[in-house]
Design a protein around this ligand. Structure first.
Ligand SMILES: *Cc1c(COP(=O)(O)O)cnc(C)c1O
Length: 395
């Protein structure tokens, strides 16, 4: 496997994530720059088309945006979330999931996660529903799908919208279907630098709802009506357009989309390598005082995207999480923590009047968790360095 054999010297720093970019992306960007069309145009449309084709459903709308945060904001806006509304969000996520609710003047209601996989706990969601609840935002933590059957059943029973934060979950299967094609109102993917595929910055909104798709497209670009703006089919003069809402500036450039098209062509290889690396960690770390991450239930038709490989230190481990991160860093190994639960951040603690005791599972997980390096360009030898370091420190 030549592609995995670019091992650096033993001293080189191993980051916890690294994008996998080669000449295909570089050539595509150069071609875009030479074409003279650098903002949203034919390449962004091609990327949307290719992305929907990958998910494999005819009636799916794919709308490219400049971040997942923007996509989540647009999806909530398009579904009419506003002041007085409550939206249920797991505390074990990145701040983007909750902040977009605040953008719209609505209230995020943080709930605890399930200890097995740290995905949102459907029972905690059930307990948090009030007459003001309008939506649930499940986050497919680390790349493993939430229990969507339970969440969608709750949503149907209470008339709630479901917007999936799928920033970690491309590609992830759930009950045999790809995330992005499940029965939620919208799904949003991220192409941030450390995600399973990247456009530098970028995201994609998926929905089957043609009205929502129309609204997201409109609000993505200043609320400028597409009907007048579409210069290829419109009979109105090219200079004419109509602003029909106070929209946003969330469009994806053709430069970024050119990268995305190339990344998408490699995504199955990327996914196989991530799966392989996760399996090698499982084998190499067995027997250490670590709780290894939950796997997908293959028999039920689930797969794991392995965006993150998150381990939890056992109570009897010889050193604590912070000390372990420091010791690994001294050996040139980068790690991270996903996530500092939202309720621990000053803004969310104060804005939502939260106390750690409300989130016993997230609290217990947070104290013990760290994210190990996992990226497609990581060689087996790179990974063995991490495994050996953990044996030296924990065995
Ligand atoms: C990365 C991430 C986001 C934000 O994605 P951007 O494309 O950077 O806006 C949202 N939610 C989760 C869970 C993430 O990890």
């Amino acid at each position: 496997m030549a592609e995995h054999e670019h091992t650096e010297s033993a001293e080189a720093f191993l980051p916890f994530a690294l994008p996998d970019i080669d000449d295909a992306e570089i050539d595509a960007v150069v071609a875009c720059l030479r074409s003279g069309w650098v903002t949203t145009g034919p390449t962004a449309r091609q990327f949307e088309h290719d992305f929907a084709a990958y998910l494999g459903e005819q009636d799916l709308h794919a709308i490219a945006v400049n971040s997942a945060t923007a996509g989540l904001h647009l999806a909530l806006e398009g579904l009419g979330i506003g002041p007085g509304d409550e939206v249920i969000v797991p505390t074990m996520t990145f701040t983007a999931t909750a902040e977009v609710v605040r953008y719209l003047g609505a209230q995020p209601v943080l709930v605890d996660v399930d200890p097995a996989h740290m995905n949102i706990d459907p029972d905690a969601v059930d307990a948090a529903i009030t007459p003001r609840t309008r939506a649930i935002m499940p986050v497919h933590y680390a790349g493993l799908a939430c229990d969507m059957d339970a969440l969608l059943a709750l949503a149907r029973r209470h008339g709630l919208r479901v917007i999936e934060d799928a920033a970690h979950a491309f590609p992830t299967r759930h009950r045999g279907r790809l995330v992005g094609t499940l029965d939620s109102d919208a799904t949003v993917f991220s192409f941030y630098a450390n995600k399973t595929m990247t456009t530098g910055e970028g995201g994609m909104v998926l929905t089957r709802d043609p009205e929502l798709a129309r609204r997201v497209r409109l609000m993505r670009i200043h609320g400028i009506s597409q009907d007048a703006f579409n210069r290829y089919v419109s009979r109105t003069p090219a200079w004419f357009y109509e602003v029909v809402a106070a929209g946003f500036k969330y469009n994806l450039t053709d430069i970024a989309a050119a990268i995305g098209i190339q990344q998408l062509r490699k995504i199955d290889r990327f996914a196989r390598r991530r799966e392989q690396l996760a399996q090698r960690y499982d084998d190499g770390l067995a027997g250490l005082p670590l709780q290894l991450p939950a796997h997908a239930d293959a028999a039920a038709g689930d797969t794991h995207a392995w965006h993150l490989y998150v381990v939890r230190l056992a109570p009897d481990a010889p050193l604590g999480r912070d000390a372990l991160i420091e010791a690994l860093s001294q050996r040139g190994i980068g790690t991270s923590v996903h996530f500092i639960p939202l309720h621990r951040h000053p803004y969310w603690r104060d804005a939502c009047a939260l106390a750690p005791a409300q989130f016993p599972v997230a609290e217990a997980c947070f104290e013990r968790m760290l994210t190990l390096p996992l990226y497609t360009r990581m060689s087996d030898a790179d990974q063995d360095r991490v495994i050996h370091a953990l044996h030296a420190l924990l065995a």
